[in-house]
Design a protein around this ligand. Sequence first.
Ligand code: B16
Ligand code: MG
Length: 219
Amino acid sequence: MIKGFVFDLDGVLTDTAEYHYQAWKNLAKKLTIEIDREFNEQLKGVSRMDSLNRILAYGNKENDYSEEEKERFAHGKNEEYKKLIEQITEEDLLPGVTEFLDDLKKRGYKSALASASKNAPTILNRLKIADRFEGIVDPAELKNGKPDPEIFIKGAEILGLDTTECVGVEDAEAGILGINSANMFSVGIGDPMVLTAADLNFETTSELSLDKIIEAAEK
Ligand code: B16
Ligand code: MG
């Protein structure tokens, strides 16, 4: 029986990809690397340091900087990103998310957050939905990023549930793979041709339906 939900943040509850993009683009420019929105797609769901490494590799500069310099670059990007996300309000919740979280609450399902973002607590507060979550997995404590199942297993632990009693919701392919390896029912948000591994898929958050999920997951 399903008792809980483990959510990804970016691309599922809100869309901060544009802010990440602005901040990475400015940093890349300083390093004389030009990135565009298409390249930015590859950074979704990827941790901060791994994102920087991908940008440096894209500009053929992967061996040009020391770890210390890279830490400084990542820190600078994050400071700019933090300024940008000060603009976030409840209006930035993706369509249908409030209704879906209301449904979960009404019907007694518990929720946890499994985001790779260290800024997730701030974003949940700005979206005014922090009280909807039992807890947030701390990405700083993780050994491996998605597609490793670790973050989702920790999410189930926060809820005091077995992973088989949880549904994981993700917009990134790596996330869906992580949910599946954690032995959870996976719900994909986005293009079904991309999220082929998802147990159930909705093209957008406005189509999210608790009934459909429970029916499919408990079949
Ligand atoms: P931060 P998710 C991910 O969030 C973002 O999609 C990704 O673009 C970002 O680099 C990562 O969080 C780390 O974020 O720099 O704020 O710690 O999709 O896992 O909710
Ligand atoms: Mg995501």
